[in-house]
Design a protein around this ligand. Structure first.
Ligand code: B12
Length: 213
């Protein structure tokens, strides 16, 4: 069975232990890198999200799968990436989170892991993050980039609010802001004065690399 098929089956069956074991053995046997495993997980989670939307699976299925993935990323993949990075110099600091009123975390966490695996220092603030929390953290750690995730049309306005708050505090020029999440577009990013937009985690890495140049 192909690796992607195995990963998919374990996520769908909520086999937490199985997924952790598979990730560990895949890394050990050098069948794939942690980053390649993250890409596969991203594809599988997109598939599961779409299945939920078309009512082929139900809410508990979705949440269960997300939990299994979270554990494998936190316990195996992120530490593996950290270990392989060694003393590698950070390419830049990114503060990332899902904006106020929005609890969607899966895509944002994938973006955070991809950035991390590509050499960025990542501060993942979680979900329902306020403008003040984004800015305070960025100031505290001396970030280069602020990444704002929004999965709800209704929460997109909070992306704008973060940018407005940066302006109010005279800090807009200090940080590059990248926005993402399914309802967001390039046009939206232009409209609110963000510096970049990305459709997925791979594009997010490319855009953040450009912003840090
Ligand atoms: C999973 C899910 C949930 C889970 C979230 C669990 C979790 N821990 O994340 C739960 C069940 C909690 C949930 C709740 C709700 N949800 Co919901 N949910 C989804 C679902 C099915 C999948 C989202 C997902 O994880 N996709 C997989 C990931 C990998 O993709 P992604 O999130 O798009 O992320 C990628 C890109 O967008 C991008 N990206 C993401 N963030 C960022 C950030 C940056 C900086 C960058 C550059 C890029 C980037 O890169 C990611 C990786 O490639 C979508 C439908 C769908 N098919 O997308 C609905 C969906 C997003 N939900 C929706 C709704 C309406 C809700 C609820 C309001 C439902 C309700 N009535 O209660 C609540 C919201 C509660 C709240 N206050 O936030 C709507 C939003 C509609 C809209 N446009 O406003 C959707 C589209 C479903 C629908 N068609 O109606 N949801």
């Amino acid at each position: 069975m192909a690796l992607e098929e195995k990963v998919k089956n374990l996520i769908v069956e909520w086999d937490e232990e199985g997924l952790i074991k598979l990730c560990l053995s895949t890394l050990e046997n050098k069948e794939a890198t942690a980053e390649e495993l993250l890409k596969i997980i991203g594809k599988v989670m997109k598939f599961i999200g779409d299945q939920f939307e078309s009512e082929e699976i139900f809410l508990p299925d979705l949440i269960g799968s997300a939990e299994v993935v979270k554990k494998a990323i936190n316990e195996v993949l992120d530490p593996a990436i950290r270990a392989s990075g060694g003393e590698k110099k950070s390419l830049g600091k990114v503060v990332i989170g899902t904006v106020e009123s929005d609890v969607h975390s899966i895509g944002k966490d994938l973006v955070a892991s991809f950035l991390f695996s590509n050499g960025f220092e990542v501060y993942n603030l979680g979900v329902e993050v306020t403008a003040d929390q984004f800015i305070s953290k960025a100031e505290e750690v001396g970030a280069n980039i602020i990444g704002l995730s929004s999965l709800l049309t209704m929460s997109m306005d909070f992306q704008k609010q973060v940018i407005e708050e940066l302006k109010k505090r005279g800090l807009r020029e200090k940080y590059k802001v990248i926005v993402g999440g399914a309802p967001t577009t390039e046009e939206w990013a232009d409209q609110i004065g963000a510096d970049a937009h990305a459709d997925d985690a791979i594009e997010a890495v490319q855009k953040v690399q450009q912003l840090c140049k």
